[in-house]
Design a protein around this ligand. Structure first.
Ligand SMILES: NC(=O)c1ccc[n+]([C@@H]2O[C@H](COP(=O)([O-])OP(=O)(O)OC[C@H]3O[C@@H](n4cnc5c(N)ncnc54)[C@H](O)[C@@H]3O)[C@@H](O)[C@H]2O)c1
Length: 440
């Protein structure tokens, strides 16, 4: 159990900044506004809907997480962000086409008042967005850009009279890039910002600005962003939490539910073919091979870490895992994900599982943004800094300490999340041992 004193209530307003105000961000904001007005339930949000058991099963203590942990209330959230398109949140939500127009009308006034700030953006990193209309001048260096972002954060804080801030990256997926020398420590990174180093991405400039301002930063895309040693150093130096990467929605969510089940029953897998068609802007960006590579790396790691082929070579040593994403405009945000899984059982007999998941990507991602914002704020108030592994539940490719493999099994992640909340609140951890009910 943690020896820290239990956290006090969340006082005042929490600003939620999303760099990137497209489909996911505007679906998240719209949902919170709708829930606030009582038009809808925040379905899919663990922080709002899930209960947490405390003590023994016979104790009958099972509060909602939001009543147990002192999370910021939905009424105390203020929304802001950046985007290279100047559309206000209402227009962006209409263009994204996730939520229906009548539903948006009920919260139209609030949405129209949310306008993205001009972005730090470079087409080098996101190739398929060509007609952008508000980008910060690139006349200075990356450090100047970071400073402009810090001024934005300060202005937003003042205008909205915020007590605290968090940031969740909801921007497009940037092209794949291995970490290089400039990412290896903070000194090199800061020098790289001043030298306009070509391997520093816009998302890293945002993350730098946020962490410098003491704003926790969670990364919803597969780009490395805060998953580099320089950012770890900065988050420790500033005492700020970080988390990433890549929201766990759609096909990977399914994968991390099904694979642990098959493994728990020691059923073998020799092939897993996953393909998707989707037609939103995210799909368009992922049509670029560089951006797709970031996604592919993030998606492929999941099975390997769950199945541990080195520990179970007979069951998973020979697995053929392939992931495809196809941009198909008529689908819009209604993604279709097919999985074809070749499994084998007793005496090696072959079986097949087919999954056809007709999902809505942003509907699955929006509650993740909400939970991350509230839990990252909680973590900061609990004095935590660095990687928040307990939030790996929300990510396709959870960030961990160097040399540590990530835990991808959704059910272990869920237990981890709840035990961390219990720990933060000075409650006993639940081991599921169960023997206490049978002792005389
Ligand atoms: N929808 C999901 O289920 C899901 C799941 C996992 C990850 N993601 C990731 O979340 C991110 C957002 O997804 P989306 O569906 O909202 O995409 P989207 O294309 O609708 O929105 C992304 C927004 O980011 C903006 N943007 C691009 N570069 C930027 C920059 N440098 N600064 C500020 N804004 C920038 C774009 O203009 C766009 O409006 C993507 O990276 C996506 O891969 C989404």
């Amino acid at each position: 159990m943690s020896d820290t004193t239990p956290l006090g209530p969340a006082e005042g307003k929490l600003g939620v900044l999303t760099p990137g105000m497209g489909a996911v961000s505007t679906t998240f904001i719209s949902g919170v506004l709708a829930a606030r007005k009582g038009y809808a339930e925040p379905i899919g949000s663990v922080s709002q809907m899930s209960h947490i058991r405390l003590g023994k099963r016979t104790d009958d203590r099972n509060p909602l997480i939001k009543d147990f942990a002192p999370l910021a209330s939905l009424d105390d959230l203020e929304f802001g962000g950046w985007d290279p398109y100047s559309d206000d949140a209402y227009t962006a939500a209409m263009k994204a086409g996730v939520l229906d127009a009548r539903q948006l009308e009920g919260i139209g006034e609030e949405l129209r008042s949310i306008r993205p700030m001009s972005a730090v953006f470079s087409p080098r990193w996101v190739k398929n967005l060509t007609d952008v209309d508000q980008v910060k001048s690139e006349s200075g260096n990356h450090m100047d850009s970071a400073e402009k972002l810090m001024e934005d954060i300060d202005r937003f804080r003042g205008e909205k009279q915020l007590d605290r801030l968090v940031a969740v990256w909801c921007g497009s997926t940037e092209s794949y890039e291995e970490p290089s020398d400039v990412h290896l420590d903070l000194e090199s990174f800061e020098q790289g910002l001043k030298d306009n180093h070509e391997s520093i991405t816009p998302s890293q400039i945002y993350a730098y600005a946020c962490l410098k301002m003491g704003v926790p930063f969670a990364n919803g895309a597969p780009n490395l962003t805060v998953d580099i040693p320089a950012m770890l150093e900065l988050s420790a130096q500033e005492g700020v939490p970080i988390a990433g990467k890549d929201f766990k929605t759609g096909q990977t969510l399914m994968k991390t539910m099904i694979a642990p089940g098959l493994k728990a029953r020691m059923l073998g897998i020799n092939g897993w073919f996953s393909t998707n068609i989707l037609g939103n802007r995210d799909g368009e960006v992922l049509d670029d091979p560089g951006s797709f590579r970031s996604k592919e790396v993030s998606k492929l790691g999941v099975l390997e870490h769950i199945l541990q082929p080195d520990v179970y070579p007979d069951l998973y040593g020979d697995i053929y895992h392939k992931v495809r994403i196809n941009y198909y405009p008529p689908k819009g945000d209604d993604k279709e994900g097919w999985d074809h899984i070749d499994i084998f059982g007793w005496l090696g007999y072959q079986m097949q599982i087919k999954v056809d998941f007709l999902c809505k990507d942003s509907i699955l991602a929006a509650p993740i943004v909400l939970d991350l914002a509230l839990f990252m704020d909680l973590a900061a108030r609990a004095g935590k800094s660095g990687v928040q592994e307990w939030l790996s539940f929300y990510f396709k490719s959870p960030q961990t300490a160097a040399g540590l493999y990530p835990e991808n099994d959704l059910f272990i992640q869920s237990t981890k999340l709840k035990n961390n909340l219990r720990d933060m609140m000075g409650e006993e951890l639940i081991t599921h041992l169960g023997t206490e009910y049978y002792e005389g």
